[in-house]
Design a protein. Sequence first.
Length: 205
Amino acid sequence: MTKLSEVASTPPTPPPRTSVFILFVHALLFALFWNPIPQAHAAEVGVTRSSDRTNWQPPVANARPGDLLRPFVAPQMPWSAAHRGIDIRASTAQVIAPAAGEVMFVGRVVDRGVVTIRHPNGLLSSFEPVESDLEVGAVVAPGDPVGTIDAEASHCEVQCVHWGVRVPDGWHIGSSVRDLYIDPGFLLGWTEPSILWPVHSDPVS
C-alpha cells in the first residue's frame, strides 16, 4: 500500500522536451510573419511596410503547388547537407520578385548566377540559376522581373528555379552564428510550418 508521504514526495513528471521546441518554433514563425515591422527598417529598402504573408507570390508566373518539384529539407545543423529552398517548375524563363525588396547581390556563386533580395521584414530571398541585369541597390516591387533562368546551369530535369529564404544570423550554436533557412513554400501557403527543431541547436530570431 502506498503511503501518503510517498505520494506527496513524488516529483511531478516534467513535460516532454519536444513541446518546448514546438512552442519555440511557433513563436519564431509568429514573430517573423505577424509582428509589426519597424518603420525605419522598411524605409531602408524603400518599400511599403507589410507583414501580411499573403503578399508573397511564386517567383515564376502562374506557378501552382503542383509545380513544386523538390521541397524544402531543413538541415540538422547549419553546415549539414539539406535542400535549403524549393525547386519550382517554370513555364517561362523569367523570374519575378515574390515580394517587395532591395537587390543585395547579383553575381555568380560557384558555377551559377544568383540574385538575392532583402525584404522589408529582414528575410533574404535568393534565386538560382538566374542571370540578371539588375544592380545592387535596385528596388523591386512584387512581380517585377529580376532575371532569367539559365537553362544550362539548371539541376532539374525540366526548366526550374531554386528559391531559398533565410533569416540573417538567425541560428546560434555556441559562439557560431549562421543564417536560418525557412521553407519558402510556407510563405506561399503551399506547405505547413515545421514544428520540430533539433534538440542540440539554439535557433534565435
